[in-house]
Design a protein. Structure first.
Length: 260
């Protein structure tokens, strides 16, 4: 891609090892951004940086469920790049089971990475951003955060909180010329979803194909989302073209929210 609209800008992307985070890293790098790719899977990060090629990109292996790792991440990034212009909080975890079967350990895991770590990374990054340059923060929400979910109540609650937290970020840091927005995908064809079909089968008795067919039928555009679909919206929101958009929660779902 010849467009270099992110040249000279540094983008910190969590959950960059696969799925939407990986797609966002590839898209922003293709338009000139220097990527700080963060994931708990080192081999996936190494593969990503190999795909990105040159450009001074950096990989940081961090498990953001560990509080200190999330708290220190931005400081570690600033030591290496001296600036952060873009943050994409794509790290996340999901589980499917009835509410009565959600134990405290699983509840804490979901909230620790989907909400607490996101809060710590986003606020630290906003504090570090230069008001003269401004900054962009995009947090990954979910259509599950727009409505309650019987089989993923903890995930839905965490993503609803992400949208609210993003509004608070927009209010708190607007005067620093920082925008903050939430992107809400519906079911997206990512490795995370591949890993969840066994939980969905146990909870519903439906096969992978039946589940996929059901979601597709509920989507007016007739297909599941792809990581690229979401990365396209992220790229817009962190661009100069979106400089007057902040505090918004935007679905990227092929119309799924109209029918579900």
């Amino acid at each position: 891609m010849s467009n270099q609209r992110f040249a000279g800008r540094v983008a910190l992307i969590t959950g960059a090892g696969s799925g939407i985070g990986e797609a966002a890293a590839m898209r922003l790098a293709s338009e000139g951004a220097r990527i700080i790719a963060v994931d708990r899977n080192e081999s996936k990060l190494t593969k990503l940086l190999s795909s990105l090629g040159g450009g001074g990109h950096i990989q940081l292996t961090r498990d953001l469920r560990v509080e200190e790792n999330a708290k220190s991440l931005v400081a570690d990034c600033m030591k290496q790049t001296q600036r952060i212009d873009i943050v994409v909080n794509a790290a996340g975890v999901c589980h499917f089971r009835p509410m009565k079967d959600i134990d405290v350990e699983e509840w804490d895991e979901v909230l620790e990475i989907n909400l607490r770590a996101l809060f710590q990374v986003a606020t630290a990054a906003a504090e570090a951003m230069d008001p003269a340059r401004g900054g962009r923060i995009v947090n990954l929400g979910s259509n599950a955060g727009r409505k309650g979910r019987a089989l993923s109540a903890h995930y839905a609650a965490s993503k609803a909180a992400v949208a609210n937290l993003t509004e608070s970020l927009a209010l708190s840091y607007g005067k620093k010329n920082i925008t903050a927005n939430t992107v809400c995908p519906a079911v997206t064809d990512t490795p995370m979803w591949e890993g969840l079909f066994s939980e969905l089968h146990a909870a519903t008795g439906k096969s992978r194909q039946d589940l996929t067919d059901g979601w597709t039928k509920l989507t007016p555009l007739g297909r599941l989302g792809t990581p690229t679909d979401v990365a396209n919206l992220i790229a817009f929101l962190v661009s100069n073209e979106a400089s007057f958009i902040t505090g918004q929660t935007i679905n990227v779902c092929g119309g799924f929210m109209l029918t579900c």
